[in-house]
Design a protein around this ligand. Structure first.
Ligand SMILES: Nc1nc2c(c(=O)[nH]1)N(C=O)[C@@H](CNc1ccc(C(=O)N[C@@H](CCC(=O)O)C(=O)O)cc1)CN2
Ligand SMILES: Nc1nc2c(ncn2[C@@H]2O[C@H](COP(=O)(O)OP(=O)(O)OP(=O)(O)O)[C@@H](O)[C@H]2O)c(=O)[nH]1
Ligand SMILES: [Mg+2]
Length: 433
């Protein structure tokens, strides 16, 4: 396997489909197109052509494009064959391409990896492309598009350039400290600039949890005593029978998760085993998992039958829900009385969830750190800036901290030291991207 191979793959989705796009990238791409249609079309011009195999037999009637080296998605000479989306058609076209020397099927993410290596995008944009492909909610789509379109890169490169300049000025100050014509006060504006960047980096980092909630989902745990109606509520929220419901206390043992889309935001609701002391070994393991789900939740819905005194639960993010309201005439349980039998209070509960997620995940149009890989380096940057600005820090050491802060940002965008990371990042893409 080599980076100079010409790679190909079906880049569109599962077959059969109306149209299937076969992408070919690398040096041999133009000659393959020439061989298949008997001519070389103008770049970026859609042309209708008969695709032929090496022996002249027809493969398909297709719309074909060619992109020139330096002006394509990958930066390499690139060809797209927009075929009919039948599986036999695509198989025949892929076989015909594979018969050309120097070609091989692309690995997962390899087109985007080449785009990164050829400077067409930075790592945050490549990660954004991957997220754009897996986006299922509006908020995920908007957040991914901010990264994919280069807004994250612009932010980090801007800070990095400013930090590199600050360091250069400080080192100049150091080098010429004895000379009268370079005043020591040059550094004062430099420090102001570094302080501004530190504040911006910290503000940006504060959005990391928001980015994570948008990308991974807002976690809601349904907890409470056995038989409180947790699984019934999960089914009502999911609008299908995901979890087993029965009058037997201790029915649910495993955590059951359902992903919902609430106003364009991903919410993961976890049904859990009822909390109680038990001699049943399996149920006890289930209860342990309930506590894990509770600890991992952004919001806990603590269910207890209406009319009964609500037991306390040590969770700062818990909301008390009075369940089975249809069985209770006392009216106790106030705002959050629900019944999965009559439907009472369910719309209000969904609205409450929607508001809670919204308040934690607003700002999908902003640039946010989205992955732990990014957060890790940005935290290193913030820590180095913190050290650089410490009182009484010798100038040499400040300059060194500024170098580290700038390098940390370089790691986020992939400008520095990521060789060993590339396999990890791009192998998570799908084939054809
Ligand atoms: N048919 C098709 N549709 C597609 C893609 C594709 O590769 N092929 N894309 C794939 O993800 C997305 C669009 N992204 C693209 C990004 C850059 C270039 C490109 O040719 N870039 C050149 C020229 C830029 C320009 O003309 O402004 C370059 O960056 O040099 C093409 C598609 C979504 N739709
Ligand atoms: N009348 C009435 N019965 C309900 C309601 N919700 C659930 N039930 C009944 O209460 C019983 C227990 O419901 P589940 O949803 O299985 O309760 P759970 O909290 O998941 O119970 P465990 O999994 O054992 O912890 C079942 O017989 C349900 O039909 C409700 O709103 N009204
Ligand atoms: Mg249950």
């Amino acid at each position: 396997m080599s980076a100079s191979d010409t790679i190909f793959a079906l880049s569109s989705g599962s077959l059969p489909a109306g149209i299937a796009v076969v992408r070919i990238s690398g040096e041999a791409a133009p000659s393959i197109l020439q061989a298949m249609i008997g001519r070389l079309p103008e770049v970026r011009h859609a042309e209708l052509a008969l695709l032929r195999d090496w022996d002249g037999s027809m493969l398909d009637q297709a719309l074909v494009f060619r992109f020139a080296e330096g002006a394509s998605f990958t930066g390499e000479p690139l060809v797209e064959l927009h075929c009919h989306g039948g599986s036999a058609v695509v198989q025949a076209v892929l076989n015909a391409v594979a018969a050309h020397p120097g070609t091989r099927p692309a690995d997962a993410g390899e087109f985007t990896r080449r785009a990164f290596i050829n400077g067409k995008m930075d790592l945050t944009a490549a990660e954004g492309v991957a997220d754009l492909i897996s986006a299922e909610t509006e908020a995920q789509r908007r957040l991914a598009l901010t990264s994919a379109s280069g807004a994250q890169e612009a932010l980090y490169s801007g800070w990095r350039a400013a930090l590199i300049e600050a360091r250069a000025l400080i080192e100049a100050d150091l080098d010429f400290a004895d000379e009268a014509d370079v005043p020591g006060s040059v550094a004062e504006q430099v420090w102001d600039r570094v302080r501004d960047i530190k504040v911006s980096v910290e503000t940006h980092l504060a959005g990391a949890r928001t980015g994570e909630i948008i990308r991974q989902g807002f976690r809601v745990a349904l907890v409470g005593a056995p038989n409180a109606g947790k699984s019934s509520l999960l089914n009502a929220l999911a609008k299908r029978n995901v979890a087993i419901v029965s009058p037997v206390a201790g029915t649910t043992r495993d955590v059951i998760e359902v992903a919902l889309d609430l106003n364009g935001l991903k919410v993961i609701v976890s049904d859990t085993a009822g909390l109680r002391e038990t001699d049943d070994v399996v149920e006890r393991l289930g209860v342990e998992r309930s506590y894990e789900a509770l600890a991992a939740a952004d919001l806990v819905l603590h269910l207890h039958p209406a009319g009964w005194t609500h037991p306390s639960l040590e969770a700062p993010n818990a909301v008390a829900i009075a369940s089975k309201a249809d069985l209770d005439a006392s009216g106790k349980g106030g705002a959050h009385r629900i019944s999965t039998v009559t439907g009472e209070g369910l719309d209000e509960l969904v609205q409450l969830l929607g508001e809670q997620v919204q308040s934690r995940a607003s700002g999908a149009g902003q640039v946010l750190p989205v992955r732990s890989r990014q957060v890790h380096h940005i935290e290193n940057c913030a820590a180095a800036l913190q050290r650089a600005l410490r009182d009484g820090m010798p100038l040499e050491l400040c300059a060194e901290e500024l170098r580290q802060a700038a390098d940390a940002l370089g790691c986020v965008t992939g400008a520095i030291g990521v060789e060993d990371l590339l396999d990890h990042i791009f192998s998570r893409f799908c084939i054809g991207k």
